[in-house]
Design a protein. Structure first.
Lengths: 246, 266
């Protein structure tokens, strides 16, 4: 799959083919610049491929985007600083033109992401983890079928990140969305996913496709099991295979 | 130094001291030094009047000053509204159309580079002796900084925020009103604060060229008649005018920009 840039076409993914089932949790793992964020943006129709084909529920990404199939969570929360928590969560509905009835939904989502009582707080009053929770609530307000997450916890500290991982699994189980998750942390990918794809350096190719056969619901204690270690080791080996200097 | 301690939140009384009392003491000290210098070295009042003399003149000549200050205020505020309004509209056009930007930016720069003092007589010739040339000059002087800041503000949007708008299928109107405009406001207000003082300057300079009322007119008359006290008093009134204008904009900013800006505006 290639996409156009002002500097000419760039091949982001070579010979990559990927099918994701409904309600599946798939992670894309790879070094910086391997095209994993690009892939996410191609799916969401933020970028358009010049070659290659993406279908979301049978539709091309443009149609899916207009049908509001996607929720997108960025690495930085990307909250609008002049809006309080509730207003930020309601933004997608406002843009869709139906924010009036959204208030109960938004409050319920804030409860789901653990921010009950913070609806009037402004982004500068929230911690990094809380801001990311608001961003998740905002992504879920349109009841998206697909949640695209671009290193959503990459900027958080280790403790907050672990906690957010557990929270995300809880939210995912409560909302039954499909999640495509970009990360460069192998333990995070193993802990969260049904399936992990390891992408190589540019042009990205799928180095390894690893189904994660750990029982759900998952508890942080799973990270201490041999099974977990076996999975992360497989991912680490696949990643290290790409670390050769180009 | 006790005041520089950063370990604790300053007590309200200390905050009061730091914010209001210290600056006031600074200004009073300056005035006192000035007064003493004039008295000790017996500087004649027609050269440099002491602050006390300026204060006296201000009271005595208040009816005259009052007659003139209103006009300058109208000119400055009119120019402020015209110049900044035009700058904001042009900035919006620039951000939406690179063609318009390429077409009109040189014109804007040209307006900036013409010395205001030189253009004032031309405008008086063109527009007569009334309010119009003064308002236009006050507008011209505040136009460019606002244009530049507003363009910067409208473009200072995080790339991910634009991507968010894209995922949400927002149209251009929504991107503008829900994203670009609010994020430009801190930039706009820092430009408006600069513009307050320059509008008063513009109005006064325009009055030097041709006027029969206004603070600028009064400054010229006081200079030629050697009424130095009146000259200083008028100047002081002019700067208080600019200060009041500035504070009004600060209050407006506090009312509008209630969120904490990510980069504190200057």
């Amino acid at each position: 799959m290639t996409f156009a840039t002002p500097a000419g076409p760039v091949q982001a993914l070579a010979n990559a083919s990927l099918t994701i089932a409904p309600r599946e949790f798939v992670s894309l793992l790879g070094p910086s610049g391997c095209g994993k964020s690009t892939l996410l943006r191609l799916v969401a129709d933020i970028l358009a491929p010049t070659e290659g084909r993406i279908e979301v529920g049978g539709d091309p990404p443009v149609v899916a985007r207009r049908r509001r199939v996607f929720g997108f969570v960025f690495q930085d929360a990307t909250l609008l600083p002049w809006r309080n928590t509730l207003q930020n969560v309601l933004l997608p509905l406002e843009i869709g033109g139906d924010a009036r009835q959204g208030r109960p939904d938004a409050l319920a989502l804030l409860e789901l992401v653990g921010l009950r009582g913070f609806d009037a707080a402004y982004p500068w009053q929230l911690s990094g983890g809380m801001r990311q929770r608001v961003a998740i609530a905002r992504a879920l307000i349109t009841r998206p079928q697909v949640l695209l997450m671009d290193e959503p916890f990459g900027a958080l500290d280790e403790i907050t990140r672990e906690h957010m991982n557990q929270e995300l699994l809880r939210i995912w189980e409560a909302t039954e969305t499909t999640i495509l998750f970009v990360t460069h942390s192998s333990p995070e990918a193993v802990f969260l996913s049904d399936r992990v794809l390891v992408l190589g350096a540019r042009p990205g190719r799928v180095k390894l496709e690893l189904p994660i056969r750990l029982p759900r619901p998952r508890d942080p204690a799973v990270k201490e099991t041999v099974e977990f270690a076996r999975h992360t080791a497989a991912l680490r080996r696949a990643l290290a295979g790409n670390a050769r200097p180009e | 130094m006790a005041l520089a301690r950063a370990d604790a939140r300053p007590a309200p009384s200390r905050l009061l001291l730091r914010r209001y009392v210290l600056p006031a003491v600074g200004i009073l000290a300056l005035l006192l030094a000035w007064e003493l210098y004039i008295r000790v070295f017996r500087v004649p009042h027609y050269l440099v009047p002491a602050p006390s003399v300026i204060g006296q003149t201000l009271v005595q000549e208040w009816p005259t000053i009052q007659r003139n200050v209103g006009r300058t205020l109208v000119e400055a505020v009119g120019g402020f509204a015209l110049g900044n309004g035009f700058a904001v509209l042009l900035a919006i056009a620039f951000v939406h159309s690179p063609t318009i930007q390429r077409f009109l930016y040189p014109v804007a720069v040209a307006i900036r580079t013409v010395p205001i003092i030189a253009i004032a007589p031309i405008l008086v010739l063109l527009l007569g002796n009334g309010y119009a040339p003064k308002i236009v000059i006050a507008a011209l002087i505040s136009f460019f900084p606002t244009l530049v800041n507003m363009v910067r503000g409208l473009e200072a949007v995080e790339p991910s925020a634009l991507e968010l708008m894209r995922v949400l299928s927002a149209n251009r109107r929504q991107v503008f009103f829900k994203l670009r405009l609010p994020s430009s406001l801190p930039f706009l207000f820092s430009a408006l604060k600069i513009a307050t003082a320059s509008c008063v300057i513009g109005a006064i300079v325009a009055e030097w060229v041709g006027a029969d009322t206004g603070l600028g007119y009064l400054i010229i008359v006081a200079t030629f008649e050697f009424r130095t006290g009146l000259l200083y008093a008028t100047t002081a009134v002019g700067s208080f005018l600019a200060l009041g204008f500035f504070l009004a904009v600060v209050l407006l900013e506090k009312a509008v920009v209630r969120w904490k800006p990510e980069t504190p505006s200057t």
